[in-house]
Design a protein around this ligand. Structure first.
Ligand code: AHG
Ligand code: MN
Ligand code: MN
Ligand code: MN
Length: 338
């Protein structure tokens, strides 16, 4: 079979977008190129994770109190490294680092953006060869250009994101990238080592049949969430069902499926952890941005995720995210309408 070589690569795609805005500086395109490069490097390591000693716990515990896997650290350093050496990023925040990092050199201090990321999402799945990912979020800094970036650059609400995306290291490796102009998916073509536009203009179906939640915590969820999950299980043909329950344990993979096919992902608060497990800045906000730009929505059960004003880098939030009409039904339970 002939391979179609007319498919745009990630670089070609961003350059094409850039040509439509001759006044643009190209900093965002350059930042995305840096992220694409780090993703390719991480992909190579993820692919051989079962073979070499990079697999397994690194023996330390991150700021969230979870065991850190070696690949978490490798991925963190790759993403931090490309952004530091690039020309677009003044500093980063990472799930794996206690504090944000200010690059603090002349070029970085004059750069427009800061980036927050979860270098490896779903790291518990590394040892068992299940899809994992990287999630990233881009903000225009609010601090004075020419000076080092500051904490307030990182503590902006999600609605100020200029771009966000994720990479899935799965049966194929994909990069999904969202700006206010839309959401596009690129699949890594191993024959040329480039991300190629495979899913242009992704739209999240308004309704779907997938619901993703950790059923093991069911009795720890608040009553409205339990009633909604119960309703999901009772769906019939007549009421838009039957639904299928799918929960990978890598949020990126679950959100990706639901984004493409239609569905809802939930990580509610539990009695043990009222704010749930997921981090607002590294996981919830970027996914909320991507899903909203594709027509879906995301809340913490009470308000829109992207309207939450963060007060600390590592804060957690319950997360409900997915297809618009499914989210509306859930909202009816959470507001007591049903
Ligand atoms: P991370 O590996 O970055 O710590 O994130 C794992 C997250 C998320 O990807 C996933 O949906 C969730 O943890 C699974 O948690 P439970 O096992 O508690 O359901
Ligand atoms: Mn973690
Ligand atoms: Mn994660
Ligand atoms: Mn992680």
């Amino acid at each position: 079979m002939m391979v179609n070589r007319n498919i745009l690569t990630l670089d070609e795609f961003t350059l094409q977008q850039l040509r439509q805005f001759p006044s643009a500086t190209g900093e965002l395109s350059s930042l995305l190129r840096d992220i694409g490069l780090a993703a390719k490097r991480v992909n190579v390591e993820v692919n051989k994770a079962g073979l070499v000693d990079i697999l397994g716990d690194a023996g330390s515990v991150n700021v969230q109190g979870e065991d850190v896997k070696k690949l978490d650290i490798y991925a963190n350093n790759q993403f931090m490294g490309v952004l530091k050496h690039g020309i677009s990023c003044a500093g980063i925040g990472s799930e794996e680092l206690d504090d944000f990092v200010v690059f603090n050199d002349e070029v970085s201090n004059n750069s427009k953006y800061v980036v927050l990321f979860d270098p490896l999402d779903g790291s518990g799945n590394i040892d068992v060869n299940v899809s994992i990912g990287t999630i990233f979020s881009v903000y225009k800094r609010v601090s004075e250009k020419g000076k080092p970036c500051t904490k307030e650059d990182f503590l902006q609400p999600g609605n100020r994101q200029v771009a966000a995306g994720y990479v899935i290291y799965g049966s194929s490796t994909m990069l999904v990238y969202a700006t206010r102009r839309g959401v596009n998916g690129f699949t890594l073509d191993p024959s040329i080592g480039e991300f190629s536009l495979s899913h242009p203009d992704i739209q999240c179906p308004a309704e779907g049949k997938f619901y993703s939640v950790n059923h093991g915590n069911f009795f720890q969820y608040e009553e409205p969430v339990r009633r909604y999950i119960d309703a999901c299980q009772r769906k019939t043909k007549e009421t838009g069902g039957p639904y299928t329950q799918r929960y990978v344990g890598s949020m990126v993979a679950d959100v990706h499926r639901n984004l493409i096919k239609g569905g809802i992902f939930m990580y509610p608060g539990t009695t043990d952890k009222p704010k749930g497990k997921l981090r607002l800045l590294y996981e919830a906000n970027p996914c909320a941005f991507i899903v909203e730009m594709a027509g879906g929505s995301a809340t913490d059960g009470k308000q829109r995720i992207m309207d939450i004003v963060p007060d600390e880098l590592h804060q957690r939030t319950p997360l409900f995210i997915g297809s618009k009409l499914m989210m509306e039904e859930l909202d009816n339970y959470q507001t007591g309408k049903i």
